[in-house]
Design a protein around this ligand. Structure first.
Ligand SMILES: *Cc1c(COP(=O)(O)O)cnc(C)c1O
Length: 339
């Protein structure tokens, strides 16, 4: 294992030895393989540079209690990336190849996978972009699929701190647009909203449905999960929310491990004050608790407060991370052992 201060590394790109590359040309993907070259050289007129044809994924590899290196539900990342590619008129990278490429990158960089218990993990970033030139607006003819990995530090360094969000005046995704796919373009347009929120002292934005601005959608990169005063789990339903694998897994854990009732339905901004707990779910933090949402000066404070995770959020967090780390038995097919 590399000699790093694992508990104190941040969430920043660190170049590792090997990454995976496959090129799509003349209607098919080449054999693909690992390379030590971290740089991408493409034509000045490449579709990614001109019309932003790109999609990506994010998942983690980590060491479990028994010392194995595993990934968590990578099949869902493979499937979601195929959905993203189809929506952007890009070729799909086959699921079995995606899984084999993830395994290859993790194995080749096993020294970079942080030790069990450090809180750090090996973050994997699969992505695909149009490498072929286009000047007239149309899908490119050539693409590149890549996966690199980088170790990232524990998300809650120095303990959990509930977040303060603001209701954004910007929209993240249009109705019938691309909010449900994992594409860089959704992030490019959320950066300004994020900077504005940060400058005003907020951690994240709460984006509303752009059509009516009355329902809760998500933040720039995480789905919402709410807990009612009688311990029911509620997640917002909308076609423009990105289908988070963490959120879907937490819903399963709530129902099958904790015996909680789960409802997926539109959640009105007006009912936020009725919830006892609120959390953000995504691969990076699993769940980050939200303590407060500010809607144009009006503060909505959750009962769980500003110092700790709410009790149900904590149970969900502990159970899912327990499953991921091999301390709690996982549902069939959730853990992929790499070595
Ligand atoms: C990636 C992402 C999430 C979280 O999804 P996970 O699969 O749980 O990591 C949520 N919202 C958006 C917009 C995302 O891009």
């Amino acid at each position: 294992m590399k000699n790093l201060d694992w508990s104190n590394i941040g969430f920043e790109y660190m170049q590792t030895e090997q990454r995976y590359v496959s090129n799509y040309k003349d209607g098919s993907w080449d054999e693909g393989g690992l390379t030590t070259d971290a740089n991408v050289v493409i034509n000045e007129c490449a579709g990614i540079l001109q019309y932003c044809q790109e999609c990506f994924e994010g998942l983690k590899a980590y060491r479990t209690e028994d010392g194995s290196i595993v990934t968590f539900r990578p099949d869902l990342n493979a499937e979601r990336m195929m959905d993203s590619a189809a929506r952007l008129e890009m070729p799909q990278f086959p699921k079995e190849r995606f899984l084999a490429a993830v395994d290859a990158v993790v194995k080749a960089n096993a020294d970079w996978v942080p030790p069990y218990g450090s809180g750090a993990t090996f973050y994997l970033r699969p992505y695909m972009f149009a490498s072929g030139p286009v000047i007239g607006v149309k899908p490119a003819a050539e693409y590149q699929f890549r996966i690199f990995g980088t170790p990232v530090g524990p998300y809650f360094k120095g303990g959990v701190k509930p977040l303060t969000l603001c209701v954004s005046d910007f929209d993240r995704a249009a109705p019938h647009g691309t909010g449900h796919i994992k594409a860089g373009l959704n992030y490019a347009m959320s950066l300004h909203a994020h900077s504005v929120a940060h400058a005003a002292g907020y951690d994240e934005n709460m984006f509303l449905d752009p059509a009516t601005r009355t329902y809760v959608e998500e933040t720039g990169g995480a789905n919402f999960l709410f807990i009612t005063k009688d311990n029911e789990v509620v997640t917002p339903k909308s076609d423009s929310i990105l289908p988070s694998i963490t959120r879907r897994s937490l819903v399963y854990v709530a129902e099958h491990y904790l015996g909680l009732k789960v409802t997926q339905r539109p959640v009105a901004l007006a009912e936020l004050a009725d919830f006892a707990e609120c959390g953000l779910c995504g691969t990076a933090a699993v769940i980050s608790p939200v303590g407060k949402v500010v809607d144009h000066g009006k503060e909505i404070c959750f009962a769980s407060g500003m110092t700790e995770m709410g009790p149900i959020t904590k149970k969900l967090y502990d159970t899912l991370t327990g499953i991921q780390m091999g301390r709690i038995e996982a549902p069939e097919g959730w853990i992929r052992k790499i070595m």
